[in-house]
Design a protein. Structure first.
Length: 274
């Protein structure tokens, strides 16, 4: 086991402010892109009114905004908060550019800053568990999942270095085929930045038997709704006839969580020191 420092995901929190309304949230993960660029991700949310507020969201009779029926997350950087919009479908090309005729495509989910953000998340001393020690804790039921956290480090195709810290959500473990033991945490939601510089909400999966490593991210992408329908239920003749009308003139896309992004990385399980 070794010691080090990691962002305080146990006691840390974020306070955001916008138009007379403040809200506080846990920190779901911390992404460091290189030495200076840090993003703190908060929890998923639905768009709300704030009936008793003096701001523009006040004076309403309902809490939830039915006109915005999709989730979003917020992340903080440099004292500003941004949204990571998670729309289930897209049709407004002015928001996402022209996707006419495209069957599969990606969009940057990160919005411009929309308010002030105060992050309370200083580094704390931690203990990194080596592979065998982590496996023994899991296998002997000697630890609580809320006490286990994961650090994932990886290098992108453009040679950028990334470090992600997040609570462990669940961990697979057991004997491997070659006589060793494996550990495989799966974590979501986290932030991921691809080699184009675009940001996405993501799940990260990592597995190791103590010698070999696999690290993958799963991010959303969008598929043309008509193309999916016609490919699954129509004939090629029908697809050829209807594709120009539906895909070019009335573009509609649906979100699918199936963009697999393998990276060159490793992970470590850690606990916070008292």
């Amino acid at each position: 086991m070794t010691t080090g420092n990691a962002p305080d995901l146990k006691s840390g929190f974020i306070r955001n402010e916008s138009d007379g309304n403040s809200w506080t949230t846990e920190i779901q993960s911390v992404l460091r892109c290189g030495p200076d660029e840090v993003y703190h991700l908060s929890h998923e949310c639905r768009f709300e009114n704030v009936p008793f507020s003096k701001g523009y969201l006040g004076g309403k009779g309902e809490l939830f905004q039915k006109g915005k029926p999709f989730e979003f997350l917020t992340c903080s950087r440099d004292d500003k908060f941004h949204q990571l919009v998670v729309m289930d479908f897209m049709y407004k090309t002015e928001l996402f550019g022209d996707f006419t005729g495209k069957d599969v495509f990606c969009v940057d989910h990160l919005s411009p800053p929309t308010g002030v953000s105060h992050v309370q998340c200083a580094d704390r001393s931690v203990t990194y568990l080596d592979h065998d020690a982590a496996f023994e804790l899991l296998n002997s039921n000697a630890t609580c999942m809320r006490d286990l956290f994961v650090e994932v480090t990886w290098t992108q195709d453009d040679d950028s270095q990334y470090v992600l810290h997040a609570p462990s959500r669940y961990i697979n473990f057991g004997p491997s085929n070659d006589g060793k033991n494996f550990i495989q945490p799966i974590i979501g939601q986290v932030m991921y930045r691809d080699h184009h510089g675009a940001f996405f909400p993501a799940y990260v999966g990592a597995a190791s038997d103590g010698e070999d490593w696999i690290v993958e991210f799963m991010t959303p992408q969008f598929r043309n709704a008509y193309s999916m329908t016609l490919n699954n239920y129509g004939t090629q003749d029908l697809l050829d006839q209807l594709k120009p009308l539906f895909m070019d003139q009335i573009p509609l896309a649906v979100r699918t969580m199936d963009r697999l992004m393998p990276v060159d990385g490793r992970f470590r399980i850690f606990t916070y020191d008292e």
